[in-house]
Write a protein that binds this ligand. Sequence first.
Ligand code: C5P
Length: 310
Amino acid sequence: MSCLRAEAPAKLNLALAVTGRRADGYHTLRSVFMRLALHDDVAVEVAEDGRGPDRLVIGAAGDGVSDTDNLVLRAAAELRLSTAQPWPALRFRLTKRIPVAAGLAGGSSDAAAALELAARAWGVPADPALHLACALRLGADVPFFVSGRGTALVHGIGEKIEALPDLTSSAGIVLVTMALRLPTPDVFAAYDREPPAGDASAVVAALAASLRRGLDASTFAAMALQFRDANDLWAPAMLLSPGLAQARDAIEQALGRPAMLTGSGPTLFAVYPSQVAASAAADRLRRVRSTGLHDAAVITTSTIGSGGRS
Ligand code: C5P
């Protein structure tokens, strides 16, 4: 059988409100998710003899990514379990470009791509409900990627996906991933210790309303100040890593525009009307790296625009 391939895109949380905590410890959210052009590549083929465990080979820039404890393999295992069929063993290949454990949901996106590829390789009949259930067991961000949406209002713990229109043109994005460990469970635990007085729901709703009315990249970039402080995980992330605030100041000073935290971090991002403008800004940032930014990885990418892929 030939090799099947899929792109696994990164995402941004443009605004993120934590709205509650369930009995199982997971938090309910309301957040605008937006897919990025930056992506990992996942490929799969059925093993020649079809026997033994599924295997994963990690290609370029997969440093620090496990080839045994990986969401790609867990996705295939989940699908095998939920379909209760003795499907043949799979051989996956993963090429990483999305920074790992960075708030960009690279691992979750890899898992969604692996689910889709495993289903195609095995010929599992299309069943959106089964896919969604598998996705959610793999992680709260996985359903967004399984939905195939470019932009969505995501709620519940991540399983409720309301489609939103993509930007009418694709915006340039500068990603600055700080070289620090900020595990998502730790950030949510810090949130629980000191929950903020209000939440960012109003900004999430306003942003979703603007997207529904139709938003081009220039207008979107000019609006960034409106959602700069609309991530309820910013305060707990900063409590755990005070260097984040210093980094944000340094980025904002160098770029002259707002920098936001995506998800639970530690990636900060700035929005531009085009990828060309974002590339120029990223170059500026690399030149003027101040003490708070050393070791940070600076990447330029773009959002999805409805006028075609970025
Ligand atoms: O689902 P995922 O594995 O991405 O989540 C990692 C951890 O982040 C969870 O174990 C939980 O502690 C926290 N989390 C949460 N509420 C969410 C998403 C994640 O509390 N909606």
